[in-house]
Design a protein around this ligand. Structure first.
Ligand SMILES: Cc1cc2nc3c(=O)[nH]c(=O)nc-3n(C[C@H](O)[C@H](O)[C@H](O)COP(=O)(O)OP(=O)(O)OC[C@H]3O[C@@H](n4cnc5c(N)ncnc54)[C@H](O)[C@@H]3O)c2cc1C
Length: 338
């Protein structure tokens, strides 16, 4: 393992922000990780486990350890007539992992095609898109305790998966390095087409004939048509989470804004698209210096080139404040601001 000092993270975050890590260690396997934990005691300073850097915003240099997950490998753990258990190293690219499953004709992850980042971050964030979340296919993960080097298996019930959340972002925040993740896939078709744009795209196709690969390709096509490619324009996908509000607050807003969209939740609350709220405040497509709001998706803040993390953070604060003043709703960042 080669530890670097004062490492520039410019090419290791999708916002394309230049920030330096005091200590930087690329991790290729579990023994290397354990050795580092026991020799360097990285939790004694600040510590960040970094995957693809597609959900972080650096506003300053990182004083402490950045452990970059490069643990690779995809293994078939079980394969029978109906199902496959697939285990992937935490440093595998998520999108490539989904492609591997889809190319083999295994169902379950195709709606999550093309989400940037690593397999290890997927359960941490409980990534989701197009009507599903990774938790639906999650079986277990192995994680290494960043203080002791102990390796523990977490099954689904241990992970407290929620909307873009898990125990690794709450109670166990900063304690674990996800080494590998196991997913359960199906050989029989299991089509999830409840997300309106996906349903509409297949309006004239006999659904019983649709393959996982056709769904995956359509998801990629829709994503490419409305989300900026971080290789061309720096961004971290949705900057804010969709807020969840009470029924009474929603009714008050609906009186004022009859077109306000909403998604009813099981507990009677309603999820309101943050992108709609931001757009109503006039932010969609706006440019502020080197930063801005994407012209096709108001939830995506972008680096138009040479922006600093602080400039993007300032833009986010301004948007939060405008949404709060107009709707009395607090929108919380999904992106980890460092
Ligand atoms: C263009 C674009 C589109 C996106 N679309 C979606 C979408 O549709 N749905 C969605 O849910 N997200 C989306 N995202 C957000 C992002 O892809 C996910 O959050 C992804 O899981 C982040 O993975 P990463 O490896 O880049 O994590 P990083 O950004 O490196 O890290 C994110 C967080 O996870 C922690 N972490 C990362 N790896 C590990 C590990 N091995 N062990 C412990 N903690 C870890 C980090 O410490 C940090 O807290 C999008 C982002 C972009 C840029």
């Amino acid at each position: 393992m080669t530890i670097s000092e004062n490492k520039d993270l410019l090419h290791l975050n999708t916002f394309g922000i230049s920030a330096r890590a005091q200590h930087f260690a690329p991790i290729h396997d579990l023994p290397e990780l354990k050795e580092l934990i026991l020799q360097e005691h990285p939790t004694e300073t600040s510590l960040l486990v970094l995957g693809g850097g597609s959900n972080v915003l650096f506003t300053k240099d990182f004083d402490g350890w950045v452990l970059h997950n490069g643990i690779k490998g995809i293994e078939i753990i079980e394969d029978n007539a109906e199902t496959v258990l697939l285990r992937a190293g935490g440093g595998e690219n998520w999108s490539n992992f989904v492609d591997f499953a889809v190319e083999n004709g295994w169902w379950g992850l195709e709606n999550l095609s093309l989400i940037p980042g690593t397999v290890g971050a997927a359960p941490v964030q409980n990534i989701g898109a197009y009507g599903t979340e990774q938790k639906e296919r999650f079986i277990s993960l192995e994680a290494c305790n960043l203080k002791t080097g102990e390796v523990r298996t977490f099954v689904k019930d241990d992970c407290a998966f929620g909307y873009r959340s898990s125990i690794f972002k709450t109670e166990e925040k900063g304690n674990w390095f996800v080494v590998n993740v196991t997913y359960h896939l199906q050989k029989k078709p299991h089509r999830i087409l409840n997300y309106a744009p996906l349903k509409a795209a297949f309006e004239n196709t006999p659904l019983s004939k649709l393959s996982a690969s056709e769904i995956s390709n359509k998801v990629k096509e829709i994503r490419n048509s409305k989300l900026p490619d971080p290789r061309k324009i720096g961004n971290a996908g949705s900057f804010f989470k969709n807020p969840v509000i009470s029924k009474s607050q929603f009714q008050q807003l609906e009186n004022q804004y009859p077109n306000i969209p909403s998604y009813p939740q099981d507990d009677g609350t309603l999820k309101v698209p943050a992108g709609w709220l931001i757009e109503q405040c006039g932010w969609k497509g706006k440019k502020v210096g080197n930063t801005g709001v994407h012209n096709l998706q108001a939830l995506v803040l972008v680096n138009h080139g040479n922006a600093t993390g602080t400039e993007i953070q300032q833009l986010a604060l301004q948007i939060q404040s405008d949404v709060h003043n107009r709707f009395n709703i607090h929108i919380e960042p999904e992106v980890l601001i460092l």
